[in-house]
Design a protein around this ligand. Structure first.
Ligand code: ATP
Ligand code: MG
Length: 326
């Protein structure tokens, strides 16, 4: 088939409870642009919408031509739309302090006399820690439940998958921790004369954390509320990347909303006297479009032309929405 069977807007109509939308794909394919376009479209439909980014390297302020760093900020001239570049540095500092207290408590509990600092350093000085801080940020925003629609401009998708896969890993890890805490606690109670139950803030924290992770997992795997869209250009590498991502996401049970093809040269603009360069690009593109229609059959939601300018500002987002949401 060489046409869209279920368009973006059809998909949204078919999923009236859709609330959490993510974009993935190779670097530079248009994730930020499409997140912006989609958020603007939701807002124009009357939904209270937030466009959020958890990337350490943000680009929403650049996209919107407005500073949206650090707090949800009403987007100028677009009712119902807020944008928010989440400050990961601050969260990381906060988590470090938090973890330090927990570790100190744990060391006291286990009657180990050592400084917590070394433990804190080893627990927080790794990239996974930053990712988990980003994940926490995202989940926190989702749980606050102040918007009808959440559109996330995710980090390049290898991170996104890890971010989501992490909720499973977290859950396993916390289960283990909880179990060993329970064992330790009952041993302590057994050994103590008073038999009175001790307060255990670490246990409370772990149970609470597990609960939140489980809730997050339920939200992120809910086919009615969540969708991940994958963006590609009509080129070999971006196609290969999203094929891999889609397989991973199926394995994790994360709903794949479909594929958006971006940056397609409009053939009706190419004439016999057009430059060889352009004709060659179009021929290359044709080959990859065949592959796209063949391999993503039924999952292509939109084909967006390569525009003659970069996409910046809220008017441009509206213009691109005409192609993305036909
Ligand atoms: N259809 C299009 N026509 C013309 N320019 C486009 C189109 N889509 C995106 N662009 C431009 O391409 C560039 C990359 O887009 P964008 O920043 O959205 O990609 P990205 O996938 O978010 O990149 P990164 O992986 O770096 O976050 C931007 O300058 C954007 O304005
Ligand atoms: Mg981007």
């Amino acid at each position: 088939m060489t046409e869209i069977s279920t368009s973006m807007s059809r998909y949204v109509l078919d999923h009236p409870r859709l609330k959490y939308v993510f974009f993935g794909g190779k670097g530079g394919v248009g994730k930020t642009v499409l997140a912006g376009v989609t958020a603007r479209w939701f807002a124009d439909q009357g939904k209270r919408t937030i466009l959020a980014s958890t990337n350490p390297v943000h680009s929403l302020s650049g996209l919107l031509d407005q500073n949206v760093y650090g707090k949800p900020t009403a987007v100028n001239g677009v009712p119902n739309l807020w944008a928010y570049e989440i400050d990961t540095k601050e969260t990381i500092e906060r988590s470090k302090t938090d973890i330090k207290q927990k570790i100190q408590y744990f060391l006291k509990f286990a009657e180990i006399s050592t400084q917590a600092d070394a433990f804190v350093e080893s627990a927080t000085m790794n990239p996974a820690f930053e990712e988990s801080a980003m994940f926490e940020n995202m989940v926190e925003l989702m749980f606050k439940n102040e918007y009808d629609a959440y559109v996330f401009d995710t980090a390049p998708t290898a991170n996104a998958r890890r971010l989501l896969g992490m909720s499973k890993v977290y859950s396993l890890w916390v289960n283990k921790m909880v179990k060993s805490r329970q064992e330790a606690q009952s041993l302590r109670e057994l050994l103590s004369f008073t038999k009175k139950k001790e307060e255990d803030p670490l246990m409370e924290y772990l149970l609470n954390f597990r609960e939140r992770m489980e809730q997050a997992r339920l939200l992120l795997t809910d086919k009615e509320q969540t969708a991940f869209f994958f963006i590609t250009l009509p080129e070999a590498l971006p196609i290969a990347v999203i094929k891999r991502f889609i397989n991973w996401f199926h394995d994790f049970g994360i709903p794949v909303g479909g594929v958006i093809v971006n940056g397609v040269i409009q053939k009706n603009e190419v004439q016999a006297n057009s430059p060889e360069f352009v004709k060659n690009r179009v021929a290359m593109q044709d080959g990859y479009m065949d592959e796209i229609w063949r391999d993503f059959d039924g999952d292509v939601r939109a084909v967006i032309p390569l525009l003659d300018d970069e996409v910046r500002g809220t008017d441009a987002l509206k213009r691109v929405a005409q192609y993305a949401f036909v």
